[in-house]
Design a protein around this ligand. Structure first.
Ligand code: HCA
Ligand code: CU
Length: 317
């Protein structure tokens, strides 16, 4: 890696992956607008919203977020024309096209031979590009995909004009040392391309994998407020942003905004944040033992990894 600090883009998918956190979760239009506006104030680089082909509500919310003109908007589409049309009609800048290529995907999802999947990758990206969309191409279940097959799929996508490729740890199975090596390999093969990582938290490793991927050269991380997402969720946008500030890779975040956006998303999703959650948990900077309290009174850094004021907290114990 070069000596320059990495420039990491935060691709917040609270309004797409977060909407999949459990059956029945639903952000209303006004809640979606509120979340998108706060994400913009927080400085995320891209807002991922819905899957417009699903239904009229997804379409309407995507369109409304686009119309706010806050920042780049990306929406989800399967690798077919009608999903891409739905994304296009919602007015987004980017479409995130995803498909799996490994045996598990072929047995349980599309059930096509690999050659047909490859032509589908090419045709769908060609089509999206012909509509003037920017394309992120994700290999679903990248972690359980043999590296040469993964690189072949990315190669087809890049050849067809994909603007970004995405490694997805769909089932949250990869470990930090593994993702680091894979990212190095992908960057060696495609040094110029933007590379995103999407890490699920099933083994509690989403944040560690995100940091290890950044260390390997990835430049975009998919994340969601309060870590919302299917099953155990994905990398938490707020904790990631603070980690990046701590490492000197992002500017400090606007004070108080972190707590506000976390509280709003917790309320709208009906999913309270655990009191011991990093950064946003009520006890993240609380001290109990007498020894700890005394030391913190002398200097807050004695028992904290960062100054609580760094993230705009005034009230802590
Ligand atoms: C999904 C799967 C996905 C896709 C990620 C992406 C995953 O919800 O359909 O498109 O970048 O975890 O692989 O969220
Ligand atoms: Cu996911």
């Amino acid at each position: 890696m070069s000596n320059h600090p990495p420039q990491i883009k935060l691709i917040d998918t609270t309004l797409r992956e977060g909407r999949q956190a459990y059956p029945g979760i639903d952000f209303t239009l006004s809640q979606s607008i509120e979340i998108a506006s706060l994400l913009h104030q927080l400085g995320v680089d891209s807002i991922e919203v819905c899957h417009p082909a699903v239904d009229e509500e997804h379409h309407m919310i995507t369109r409304a977020i686009v119309d706010l003109q806050l920042t780049e908007v990306i929406t989800h589409a399967r690798a077919n024309q009608s999903d891409i049309d739905a994304a296009y009609h919602a007015g987004v800048d980017w479409v995130g096209i995803f498909i799996g290529v490994n045996e598990i995907s072929r047995a349980t999802r599309v059930q096509w031979p690999i050659e047909k999947i490859f032509s589908c990758i090419k045709e769908s990206i060609d089509y999206a590009k012909s509509k003037g969309l920017k394309v992120r191409f994700t290999v679903e279940d990248s972690s359980r995909t043999n590296l040469s097959l993964l690189l072949e799929a990315y190669d087809k996508a890049i050849e067809a004009g994909a603007d970004c490729i995405c490694f997805s740890d769909t089932v949250g199975i990869i470990e930090p040392h593994q993702i680091n090596k894979i990212v190095v390999e992908i960057k060696k093969t495609f040094p110029e391309v933007d590379l995103e990582g999407h890490f699920h938290n099933d083994r509690g490793l989403a944040m560690a994998n995100s940091l290890a991927a950044i260390d390997g050269g990835i430049n975009r991380i998919s994340c969601a407020v309060n870590g919302l997402g299917e099953r155990c969720g994905i990398t938490d946008t707020l904790a990631l942003a603070v980690n990046l500030c701590y490492k000197g890779w992002r500017n400090p975040l606007p004070p108080k905004l972190i707590q506000k956006i976390s509280d709003d998303v917790a309320l709208f999703s009906n999913r309270p944040v655990s009191v011991s959650s990093p950064i946003t948990g009520q006890y993240a900077f609380l001290h109990t033992a007498h020894l700890h309290k005394k030391a913190v009174d002398r200097d807050t850094i004695s028992y904290n990894w960062i100054e609580p004021e760094f993230i705009g907290l005034q009230n802590y114990g």
